[in-house]
Design a protein around this ligand. Structure first.
Ligand SMILES: [Zn+2]
Length: 272
């Protein structure tokens, strides 16, 4: 009877359910992610990309998949994932990202002084260490909730020119929401870094597990402590305009294996 019930339940699933996660997350372009099937070994295989440990989860309760973050700087073409003593070859396509021109009245935010440059370098090193941390837990969910509800005001990967000078591309998503809006954890996570940075302003890093890391910045207020374990949906702070921001908005980064990737992939809103 139980077997029959299981069969009926399986039949009742929509046709797209099998391999749904792989199809949703496999966006093999610079700034995207590649999903690699690692087979059905008993224990989770360990995987590395460019020497860095990679997120491995079980799909459909039987196959292991690696979800590889692909840096924006990656060249399209053949890439290799090392896992379980084997090499898995995959192909990265290309993607054109839009350009954006921003005018800042504060010239320090375009060409910082030597003292500010030293501060920026220190802060970058601190944040890079957070992005490179790798905890063993499996993320509570890979399909993420939006940290705030609001329209996108800037997409991921946009090439940015501040007062006519090109700077780093936009490594996250901007949501247009008013100051004070609560920011919620898109998945369960541990608070691994809190800072008040030159560019990012008040910032929280949340480790969702296995190098899957969120960063929220320009906050007006941080409402969590370092080391705190947050359930999915917990409020971690309030939207603000601290750091290099032209007005209140929520900036959200997602990182996999220390590669900043497009958060729209994880909320089902990716545009090729
Ligand atoms: Zn932003």
């Amino acid at each position: 009877m139980r077997l029959l019930l299981t069969l009926l339940l399986c039949l009742a699933l929509p046709a797209h359910a099998e391999g749904f996660l792989s199809r949703l997350l496999n966006k093999p372009v610079p700034g995207g992610g590649a999903v690699i099937d690692l087979g059905d070994a008993g224990a989770a295989p360990q995987a590395r990309f460019q020497g860095k440990p990679v997120l491995v989860v079980k799909e459909d309760g039987r196959r292991w998949i690696a979800v590889v973050g692909l840096p924006l700087t990656l060249k399209p073409g053949r890439q290799t994932l090392d896992a379980a003593g084997r090499q898995f070859v995959f192909t990265v396509g290309s993607k054109r990202y839009a350009e954006q021109r921003i005018t800042l009245k504060n010239k320090q935010q375009v060409n910082p002084s030597p003292a500010n440059l030293a501060r920026i370098e220190r802060e970058l090193a601190e944040q890079t260490r957070a992005y490179r941390s790798f905890s063993v837990g499996t993320p509570s969910n890979l399909l993420l909730d939006k940290p705030v509800n609001g329209p996108l005001s800037s997409r991921f990967g946009v090439r940015r020119f501040f007062n006519g000078e090109e700077r780093n591309p936009h490594a996250g998503l901007d949501f247009a929401v008013p100051a004070g809006t609560p920011v919620k954890a898109p998945a369960a996570g541990k608070v691994i870094l809190i800072g008040d940075y030159f560019f990012n302003g008040r910032t929280v890093f949340l480790d969702h597990g296995q190098g899957f890391i969120s960063m929220f910045c320009h906050l007006s207020k941080v409402e969590v402590r370092l080391g705190q374990q947050l359930p999915r949906g917990a409020v971690l702070g309030r939207v603000g305009a601290t750091g290099r921001a032209t007005g209140p908005h929520m900036h959200w980064n997602i990182s996999l294996n220390d590669a900043r990737v497009d958060p729209t992939i994880f909320i089902g809103a990716f545009e090729p």
